[in-house]
Write a protein that binds this ligand. Structure first.
Ligand SMILES: Nc1ncnc2c1ncn2[C@@H]1O[C@H](COP(=O)(O)OP(=O)(O)OP(=O)(O)O)[C@@H](O)[C@H]1O
Length: 309
């Protein structure tokens, strides 16, 4: 093959999406979100890649300001990315028109916020709160009441059905919120710090409700959390650092045998964990060596011994 042919083929391959990149129920590809105010520009997401398979229950973790809430806002259809691609259940989130966006928010995604007061209407009972999203999509009244009662039952809060939010504990409110979020059988359930304001026992009950939404109601669950109770019990935890996915921790059934992986982006870039960078004195240039079954990363000793280099 001529050099030109080879170069052309390579260029074609580079333009083609990576194999499997579209396989997930949620696919974010090189997602960028820049917030601009009068004086400053904040790059909240800086080329984030993420694939979530249908049926997963996974956690997103990261330091404050790393971009987790920004990502959830985009996936929930509340916010638009500046660049990149985001697809959820076949919907291209950058191309949705106003009406489609509304339909997407009512049918495809459900959302649970951290602030318990934000999830429920204070003047409605738990049952009425759960029935409300079904009213918006014109489910007949009888069916609404029956499904709302069934959801409260599955999520362990059937006894709260006739109480208003002020008569519920924080944990009960969040479990009712999970019922509200799953009322229209969304494909994806997004939760932003759902246990953040709760004590351990209530947090556990809310996490159990999210698990039930995943296992029994069939929703794919993405939960942003600082709570180890949640992040250490899901099979996959993705860490976001500076607006990008940096590492993934995979666990066996029951949360055991955690193994941490670094995420390689589509361009082949990876973020080395900070402790590795410090431990091996990696800075500026590094040398890569191709071994039969791995790639080695070496500090640039020549650079170190010659301060002028
Ligand atoms: N509406 C906005 N306007 C300007 N900057 C914003 C806006 N929303 C978020 N940011 C900035 O974007 C960055 C990412 O914020 P984001 O809320 O997504 O982080 P986070 O990881 O969810 O943080 P936390 O864990 O504290 O909730 C931060 O620097 C934040 O200050």
């Amino acid at each position: 093959m001529s050099d030109l042919r080879r170069l052309e083929e390579r260029a074609r391959d580079a333009r083609r999406p990576h194999a499997g990149a579209d396989d997930g129920l949620v696919v974010c590809d090189n997602l960028v979100r820049v917030y601009r105010t009068d004086e400053v520009e904040v790059q909240a997401l800086q080329g984030l890649d993420l694939v979530v398979e249908e049926g997963e229950c996974m956690a997103l973790v990261g330091a404050s300001g790393s971009g987790k809430s920004t990502l959830l806002s985009i996936l929930s259809g509340l916010d638009l990315p500046t660049a990149g691609r985001a697809r959820v259940a076949g919907h291209d989130l950058l191309a949705l028109r106003r009406r489609e966006r509304l339909g997407y928010r009512r049918h495809t995604v459900g959302f649970v916020w951290q602030q318990t007061g934000r999830n429920l209407l204070p003047y409605l009972t738990a049952l009425e709160n759960v029935a409300l999203p079904m009213k918006y999509v014109r489910v007949p009244r009888r069916k609404r009441a029956a499904r709302a009662a069934e959801l409260l039952d599955v999520l362990g809060v059937a006894y709260c059905r006739d109480r208003r939010p002020a008569e519920l504990s924080g944990g009960e409110q969040q479990r009712v919120a999970v019922a509200v979020a799953t009322a229209n059988a969304p494909r994806v359930l997004l939760a932003d710090e759902p246990t953040g304001e709760l004590d351990t026992a209530s947090g556990e009950e809310v996490f159990a409700a999210l698990r039930r939404a995943n296992e029994e109601l069939g929703a794919t669950v993405l939960v942003v959390t600082h709570d180890p109770l949640v992040s250490e019990q899901v099979r996959r935890t993705v860490r976001i650092r500076d607006g990008r996915t940096s590492t993934e921790t995979l666990r066996g059934p029951g949360g055991g045998g955690a193994e941490e992986y670094t995420v390689l982006d589509r361009a082949g870039r990876l973020q080395l964990p900070r402790d590795h960078v410090e431990r091996y004195g990696l800075r500026g240039r590094v040398r890569l060596t191709a071994e039969p079954d791995h790639v080695g990363v070496w500090p640039d000793r020549a650079h170190d011994s010659d301060p002028s280099a």
